[in-house]
Design a protein around this ligand. Structure first.
Ligand code: OGA
Ligand code: NI
Length: 379
C-alpha cells in the first residue's frame, strides 16, 4: 500500500487544485516516489497484471525483436526527386503493415531533442511537492498524474506522467499547467511543438497523397480545432518487472502520435500477435498511426496496439505528442476510398464522442476502434 508521506489523500488533492468536485476513490500514489524514495522491494498488488498481460522478459522476445524490425524511414529522401517515390512507398507500407515507423533526418535538430529530454527529466527530478502543484484531477487529464480515470480496482501502470496542451499556441494551458521550473521548460516545449507541428503537416500531406486523396485532405478532415497534446511518461525502475507494465496495452485514440524516446528499451508493438520490442535509434522520432486515421483510411492504415515494459535497473522516459482532430469534427471513412467492394467499416462519429467512450472504458487494448465498426456496433 501507499506509504503515509507520499500519499496524496483526497482532501489534499482537492485543496491543491480546488476547482474540482470529483474525488479520487483511492489515494493516488506517485510511482517514482514509491520506487525511488520509498524503495519498495516488491510490486504492490494493484500494479500486478493478470497472467496473460504480463510481459515475458526472457531472451526469446529479444530474438523476435531482432527479426521483426519496425521500419526506419529517412525523411530527407522526400527532398530528393530520385528517392522521393521510394520513400513515399516506404511510408505507405509502414502505415499499412506496422502502423509504426521510426523517422530519421526529420529536420528537428538533435540539440533540440536533447533539450526536450533534459527539461522533461528535470521536471521529474523536482521534489514531489513541486510536481504536485500541477496534480491532475479525476475530471481532467492534464497535469501531473499517476492514474487515469477514477475506476476502482483497476490495475495501475508502473509509471507517472505529465500532460498538457501544446497546439494550437493560442489554446495552450500555459498558466494552469506548463511549469515555470525548470526555467527552460516553456521555451523548449514551445519550440519543439512548432517543429512537431511542421512535421505533422508534412506527414499528413504524404499520407493523404499515398491514400489517393488531395494533399490537404487529412489535415482538413481533422477540423479547425485540431490540437496536439504532450505527455511525458516517466517509468521508474521496478523491482519485479515481469509482474507489471509501465503502460498497459492500448492503441492511441487520436490521429497520429510522435514519440521521443531515451536509450532505454521499453516500448513493445504488437505484430503478428507477438510483442516486438522497439530499439530506439538516437535522434529518431517514432511515429504511429492512431485510431482516427485508421477510421478515415477505412482500415487501410493500422492503429496498432502497443505497451511499455519496465526494467529493474533504469528509469525510462518518453515524450509523446498526440495529434488529435477537433472534438466536434465528425470523423468518417473518406468517401473517395469507398465503393461497392469497399463499404465503410466505421460509422461517422465526432472525435469527442469517441474519446468519451475511450475514457469510460479505460486503456484496454484495441476495443474502442473495433467496437465502432459498423457491422457490430452496439448503438
Ligand atoms: C503513449 C505511449 C509508449 C512509451 O504515451 O501513448 O504509448 O514507450 N507511450 O512511453
Ligand atoms: Ni500510446
Amino acid at each position: 500500500m501507499a506509504s503515509e508521506q507520499s500519499t496524496v489523500d483526497c482532501a489534499e488533492a482537492a485543496d491543491m487544485t480546488s476547482f474540482e468536485d470529483l474525488e479520487w476513490d483511492e489515494p493516488v500514489q506517485s510511482v517514482q516516489e514509491l520506487a525511488e524514495n520509498d524503495g519498495v522491494r516488491i510490486v504492490p498488488p494493484m500494479y500486478i497484471r493478470p497472467l496473460p498481460d504480463r510481459p515475458q522478459l526472457e531472451r526469446r522476445e529479444e530474438a523476435i525483436a531482432m527479426k521483426q524490425k519496425i521500419p526506419v524511414i529517412d525523411f530527407s529522401g522526400l527532398q530528393d526527386e530520385r528517392r522521393k517515390g521510394f520513400v513515399m512507398r516506404e511510408i505507405a507500407m509502414a502505415c499499412e503493415d506496422w502502423g509504426f515507423f521510426q523517422l530519421t533526418n526529420h529536420s528537428i535538430a538533435p540539440a533540440l531533442l536533447e533539450r526536450v529530454k533534459r527539461v522533461a527529466a528535470q521536471f521529474f527530478e523536482l521534489p514531489l511537492e513541486e510536481k504536485q502543484v500541477y496534480a491532475n484531477t479525476p475530471g481532467s487529464l492534464t497535469g501531473y498524474g499517476s492514474r487515469m480515470g477514477i475506476a476502482k480496482n483497476s490495475v495501475l501502470d508502473w509509471g507517472d506522467y505529465f500532460l498538457h496542451y501544446v497546439w494550437p499556441p493560442e489554446d495552450r494551458d500555459v498558466d494552469e499547467v506548463w511549469p515555470d521550473n525548470p526555467p527552460a521548460y516553456r521555451d523548449t516545449i514551445d519550440e519543439y511543438s512548432r517543429e512537431i507541428h511542421n512535421l505533422y503537416r508534412n506527414l499528413m500531406a504524404v499520407l493523404s497523397i499515398n491514400l489517393g486523396l488531395k494533399s490537404a485532405y487529412l489535415e482538413r478532415a481533422f477540423g479547425k480545432g485540431a490540437s496536439h497534446v504532450l505527455r511525458i511518461n516517466y517509468y521508474p525502475p521496478c523491482p519485479q518487472p515481469h509482474l507489471t507494465l509501465g503502460l498497459g496495452s492500448h492503441s492511441d485514440a487520436g490521429g497520429m502520435t510522435f514519440l521521443l524516446q531515451d536509450e532505454v528499451l521499453g516500448l513493445q508493438v504488437k505484430k503478428n500477435d507477438k510483442w516486438t520490442l522497439v530499439k530506439p535509434i538516437s535522434n529518431a522520432i517514432l511515429v504511429n498511426i492512431a485510431d482516427q486515421l485508421q477510421i478515415i483510411s477505412n482500415g487501410k492504415y493500422k492503429s496498432v496496439e502497443h505497451r511499455a515494459i519496465v526494467n529493474k535497473k533504469k528509469a525510462r522516459m518518453t515524450v509523446a505528442v498526440f495529434c488529435n482532430p477537433a472534438d466536434d469534427t465528425i470523423i468518417s471513412p473518406a468517401p473517395a476510398l469507398l465503393d461497392a467492394r469497399h463499404p465503410p467499416l466505421y460509422r461517422p462519429m465526432t472525435f469527442g464522442e469517441f474519446l468519451a467512450s475511450f475514457f469510460k472504458k479505460g486503456l484496454d487494448g484495441k476495443g474502442y476502434v473495433e467496437s465502432f465498426k459498423t457491422r457490430n456496433h452496439h448503438f
